[in-house]
Design a protein around this ligand. Sequence first.
Ligand code: DP6
Length: 331
Amino acid sequence: MKQGKATAVASPNMALVKYWGKRNDKLILPYNSSLSMTLGGFATKTTVEFGDYNNDTIIINDEQLKKDEKDIVGHLERIRHMAGIKEKAKVVSESNFPISSGLASSASGLAALTLAATRAAGLTMNERELTILTRLGSGSACRSICEGFVIWHKGERNNGSDSYAETVAKKNHWKDFTMITAVISEAKKKIGSRAGMAQSVATCPFYKNWIKSSEEDLSIIKKGILEKNFTAVGSCAENNCLKMHSVMMTTKPPLIYWLPATLDIIRNVIIWRDEGLESYFTIDAGQHVNVICLDRDAKKMERSLQEISDVTKTTISKPGDGAKIVNDNLF
Ligand code: DP6
């Protein structure tokens, strides 16, 4: 094989309609469709080279990876198989946001890895195919391939060929839409999303209602985004997050990701909203809170969040770009 090297960048994403549970664990096929915003300004850059290496070497933020939660080597193996190559890879990846920023680096990381590795392996794939391949590495990561506001269709088929992500509105459609991530001081997450959602599917008595309700939320939020109806999108996203956390809390054993400061922010956002500062919250499988507001209120909102004790950092993001090939290789 001609040695191939390529570099890609991708941003993290935050779901407004959450994904929590798989109908097929191996193919990472979800029970419900989800909808996210790709977070502009934050990116993971990844260079992949297939060549005369004895082993796959993976270096993330200057550290060589030993144990890999999302199975990067398995993902490289999948790509080698598709391309019909055997060469091992060197992968170097860097994020411009810290692991402790509350943003999921695994989504941007897997999206950038998939794009760079397919290109380096000589595969030509369209965006839909790339989202399907990324999904096999980690579900929510498939949404990071696409720009702006993104739907991941759950699909119906058993082989996953119709479970892909696509943009519903590009980043410039709604520049005012703002997400502020408030990081709440370190407490190591006990149970990761993959194990947590499997437990919810198996044991939560409300799981079926969650799926039904999420599909309804998806149409409300999609319509709200297209019409730029902030109240419709914000209130439905907040309610969807609370439903996911209700599922988590009623899983056996319970999954309680919140810390006292998480609840502090929730209560404050509701108070601020009643006082006229329109904002809503959404929370993933962790303690950090993402506050959704419009651009005109972002600075004020950020200052108010910084005053809450145990909030260690805040970041502001807008709808951003999908994954892209770039020219400046990391090695
Ligand atoms: C709470 O995508 O990390 O962030 O598919 O098993 O890799 P796997 O799970 P992952 O789960 C993300 C769950 C979530 C909600 C969301 O992003 O939609």
